[in-house]
Write a protein that binds this ligand. Structure first.
Ligand code: ZN
Ligand code: ZN
Length: 339
């Protein structure tokens, strides 16, 4: 807070609230940090839960009583707020209720969340292990005639049965030409022989996410799709091999792009190489050209090159990695096919 030039902080982004306080229903809470105290505001539905979970002082109130209570704590202070998350209406309410100087801040808590603690890594590792076990269960069902939506349901059911709190995000299953949709939600389309099918899914555990993609063939997919697949696998393997502390995120993205360009697929890789994973499914560091992030031990990131050709199909292969002191560990254990 000193570094950011503020006396206090008003936290409204749910994952940031959870990160700082431990409260597991942060969508219905706000957090105030002052020089004297850390204070979680939530409503009476969560009184018992907050008392059990939260390490900070708790005040039970609904808005506008929340802001009136906080007003007494922030009078005359410079209060930072999360410019990327507080709504226009939310900022108006603060201006009306408080006699304080409001300072917009970006990425303050997100920067702290980049490097995971041992406890966070335990949860991310377990979430990924659940997703791997679910994939092993469902893999025999990835055959001609299977519906995309049934495969998504089977994966989500298996993850729940194996202990997940839920899926990390809406499970993606995209087969055949639908594979050209990077975020193709599972439809009622049936898999057909000669298609590739892309499955992108993860488990949620204790607020933490996992994220993995596998692309698999249904029968013989022919030379063109095989070529696409092996090009993406080449890019993924080369990018993973280069992951270590001190490497620039932008350089990893460029490396994967160069490999795909070598296969004549530069224009078909339409998204960034990867992202951080934690309390949010997409968080820092972003592995993209515009990033100035440098990888550090304790970061958890995905490597996920993909190619998408409208009318033909698509391939994405994604693994979840932990940055170690000198290198990396691949947390996702599901086998990748070679074609
Ligand atoms: Zn994914
Ligand atoms: Zn991802």
């Amino acid at each position: 807070m000193q570094h950011a030039g503020v006396d206090a902080l008003w936290i409204s982004q749910p994952a940031n609230i959870r990160y700082l306080s431990g409260f597991s229903s942060p969508e219905d809470a706000k957090l105030l940090l002052t020089p004297e105290a850390a204070l979680l505001y939530t409503d009476s539905r969560y009184a018992l839960q907050a008392a059990q979970e939260v390490v900070t002082e708790v005040h039970i109130a609904r808005s506008p009583a929340t802001l009136e209570h906080a007003a007494g704590r922030v009078r005359g202070l410079k209060v930072g707020f999360e410019a990327e998350h507080l709504t226009v209406a939310g900022l108006d309410d603060l201006k009306q209720s408080w006699q304080a100087e409001l300072i917009p801040l970006r990425q303050l808590i997100e920067m702290q969340r980049l490097v995971k603690s041992d406890d966070e890594i335990v949860l991310i590792r377990r979430a990924q292990a659940i997703a791997d076990a679910a994939y092993a269960e469902v893999q025999p069902q990835i055959v001609a005639g299977a519906r995309e939506s049934d495969l998504a349901l089977a994966l989500e059911l298996a993850m729940r049965r194996l202990g997940a709190d839920g899926p990390s995000f809406e499970t993606i299953v995209a087969s055949g030409e639908r594979g050209a949709l990077p975020h193709g939600r599972a439809s009622d389309k049936q898999l057909a022989v000669g298609e590739l099918v892309t499955l992108d899914f993860g488990a949620l555990l204790g607020g933490y996410h996992s994220d993995m993609t596998r692309t698999v063939p249904v029968g013989d997919v022919g030379p063109e799709l095989r070529r696409l697949y092996m090009a993406v696998l080449d890019a993924e393997e080369q990018a993973i091999a280069a992951v270590r502390p001190g490497v620039r995120a932008a350089d990893l993205d460029a490396l994967a792009r160069t490999v795909l360009a070598g296969h004549g697929l530069a224009d078909a890789f339409t998204h960034s190489l990867g992202h951080g994973v934690g309390l949010d499914i997409h968080e820092g560091p972003g592995l993209r050209a515009a990033s100035d992030e440098v990888l550090r031990p304790g970061m958890t990131i995905t490597i996920e090159p993909g190619v998408y050709l409208p009318g033909v199909g698509g391939v994405r292969i994604e693994d979840l990695l932990l940055l170690t002191e000198s290198s990396h560990e691949v947390l996702s254990q599901s086998p990748r096919v070679r074609l």
